[in-house]
Write a protein that binds this ligand. Structure first.
Ligand SMILES: Cc1cc2nc3c(=O)[nH]c(=O)nc-3n(C[C@H](O)[C@H](O)[C@H](O)COP(=O)(O)O)c2cc1C
Length: 290
């Protein structure tokens, strides 16, 4: 078995890194263990060139994205950890995630079953975790991973993730990872999407729900004194199913053809917006309000 840990944090030997190392330590000694520091990779922003469309085409940018993809494809288990920055994933993590558009249609090339993963997202202040769990769910799913658990973790000072209750949580995650078993307990006291475990749920006035991360649909149902998310039938399973990935891949291919066939019309519309020129230019004088 091979386990790969991906860590992003500008702080060395801090919560994200130590959380991954602690989980690694709990896994059997005969497993091959590798860590990749995402900060050290040269990964550029997506250029929206759609070179990666249709299926079988590859990203036009040549940089270190492949380091992530190769390590995922050669691993049986994955651990991911990054902190919460302004209620979400840090910008560079989102930037990497955008590049996963280029592998949307590649899931048939992935090891089957998909490598199982756990994700830890430290945050510094109680109740200030924001949407970091939801970013982590998207990150792991867009990498075609079998997500066993995504765990926001209150950890402020650099080694808090491996102290007290947090240590027990990490050991629980290590057990899940070793067994390849999905967590059967919620990561918080919020209602979760039954498909992806996101807690970002959009509720319509009629009580129907759409998960903001995976688009699984269902209904908010009263159960005892509380509520449950009762998932709908058929297409309600969301963005991360292979069927949804195929649909998306086909949609992108169709749109690319439409773009080629209607380029002249698009250019004509764009040309009507060339003037006047609004773009700010630095004239060195500065612009202060009086
Ligand atoms: C730029 C920045 C923004 C942050 N934003 C949040 C936040 O929105 N919510 C929160 O709870 N903690 C926030 N934190 C605290 C970190 O999430 C927390 O300290 C975490 O443990 C850092 O992980 P690390 O030790 O792996 O670097 C922020 C920290 C920084 C530097």
């Amino acid at each position: 078995m091979r386990v790969c840990g991906f860590v992003y944090s500008p702080r060395r030997e801090a919560n994200s890194e130590l959380a991954v190392k602690e989980i690694m330590k709990q896994l059997p000694d005969d497993w091959e263990k590798v860590m990749v520091r995402l900060n050290d990779l040269d990964i550029k922003p997506c250029q929206a060139c759609y070179h990666c469309v249709p299926r079988g085409s590859h990203c036009a940018i040549s940089d270190d994205l492949d380091v992530i993809i190769r390590n995922v494809k050669h691993s049986d288990r994955i651990i991911i950890a990054f902190p919460t920055y302004i209620f979400t994933a840090p910008g560079p993590v989102k930037m990497i995630m955008d590049r996963f558009l280029s592998i949307t249609s590649d899931y048939p090339d992935w090891p089957h079953p998909y490598p199982s993963c756990v994700v830890v997202t430290p945050y510094g202040m109680a109740e200030w975790e924001g949407m970091v769990k939801e970013d982590a769910i998207a990150f792991a799913n867009k990498l075609h991973l079998n997500v066993l658990a995504v765990q926001p973790m209150l950890a402020t000072l650099p080694a808090d993730s491996v102290r007290g209750d947090n240590l027990e949580t990490l050991h629980r995650l290590a057990k899940l990872l070793e067994k390849g078993k999905k967590s059967d307990q919620p990561s918080s006291d919020f209602l979760e999407c039954p498909a992806c475990t996101s807690t970002a749920l959009k509720v319509r006035p009629d009580g129907t729900i759409k998960c903001a991360v995976c688009a699984a649909t269902g209904t908010l149902r009263r159960m005892g004194k509380g509520f449950t998310f009762e998932q709908g039938e058929g297409d309600s399973a969301g963005y991360f199913t292979e069927r949804a990935l195929d649909n998306h891949t086909q949609y992108l291919s169709d749109k690319k053809i439409l773009f080629r066939n209607t380029k002249d019309i698009i250019k004509e519309i764009q040309s009507a917006y060339k003037e006047p020129e609004y773009w700010w230019k630095d004239d060195g004088e500065g612009h202060h309000h009086e």
